[in-house]
Design a protein around this ligand. Sequence first.
Ligand code: HEM
Ligand code: SF4
Ligand code: SF4
Length: 378
Amino acid sequence: MYKKILDKLQVLTISFEKWLNKVFSQQYNPFYYHGAVPNLFMWTLFITGLLLFAYFQPTLDSAYISVNYISNKIPFGSVVRGMHRYSADAMMIAVLIHAIRVYFTDRYRKYRWIAWYSGVALILCMLVIGITGYVLVWDERSYMIVLMMTDALKQIPVIGFPLAELFVNGKVITHYTMAMSFFLHVGISFFLFYLLWLHYLRISRPVTDVPLGLGLLLTATIVIPSALIPVVSGKPAVLTQTPQEFPLDWFYLWIFPLFSGMPALIVWTALFIGVAVLLAVPYLITDEPKSPAIVSLSNCVGCTLCAKDCPYEAIYMVPRTDHPKFKQLAIVIDSRCAECGLCVGACAFKAIDLPQEHSKEIIAKIGDVLKEPAGVGT
Ligand code: HEM
Ligand code: SF4
Ligand code: SF4
């Protein structure tokens, strides 16, 4: 039943993308660059973040003033600040579309589990980066975020208090609190690169860049609102006055209305279960037996061509002593094999095969893929 629904969703997604070709043309269809679009926004965030970093002062006394200085006194400072904020939201939207797209098109299971798991970690890190980013402005919203987050963290059994103290960087809010938020905001941003390295590890030739025309169009969707609707700070935070409400960013701060609506422990438990479900998703369909490539001991001459051609690094060579002439043997790492069949095409000695498919069918399939226009099927 679950598999049938997914199959239907896959057909619908592909039809929708084909229809979008009429609007954007095949070359610029953003859905064919579903992973590259979040990447573009991430780089926009990094570059604008570096520019803001040049003037930002991470202390309770000067953070608010320095952010306003950037907005009001630095040429184009307001646009840069707006681009930073709007591309953060755009990145979250793009990441969610990307995750739904890989899920609907069944490209998240088997050897792709590592891309899925690192994707879940990327979303969680983005949330922490977003929340700490809002603290840096040090307006009333920032103050509320620190108060509510500290209270909510304390509700977690055993590790709650140490976590809350880590977040506040002490027992009460001080300059160190701002330094910690700054550290988390910037530090975790750099950690994204490591996660992305993991993300691409098992993807052969990931599409990470959008074509120039699409890139300009997407950048314009960030620059124009930044110029027309500048991002402004709220009232400055005053430690003796607790603000009652604050404007929400639904992409990063959605957890705070939940904290005020129900006990924090329930929110954390729901979040924990949500993440556990996401991590279980690649293993929900178990009905298809895996049939990785198999090497024939008697035919393999140890030429290494298959190992060089395998895009998933699923083949390695080992020395062999059982044959007078051939010194190496190809070994397939089953868990990495994507059953793509490239090694079957690479081997001139009929020494490697996919048990479920005849080598002639595989070679015909490779021919079909080569005929497909770029972008389709990515
Ligand atoms: C910072 C956020 C992210 C960026 C920049 C990013 C980028 C990318 C890129 C460039 C690709 C290669 C796409 C291709 O070649 O067609 C990719 C693949 C993939 N991503 Fe992400 N991604 C992000 C977040 C996520 C999230 C949140 C998930 C899911 C939870 C996810 C799941 C996957 C999967 C399963 C693949 C493999 C798809 C395939 O092989 O066709 N990604 N990602
Ligand atoms: S290409 Fe064929 S013969 Fe060469 S190492 Fe691989 S399996 Fe062996
Ligand atoms: S079928 Fe061959 S080339 Fe493809 S992933 Fe498996 S071992 Fe590598």
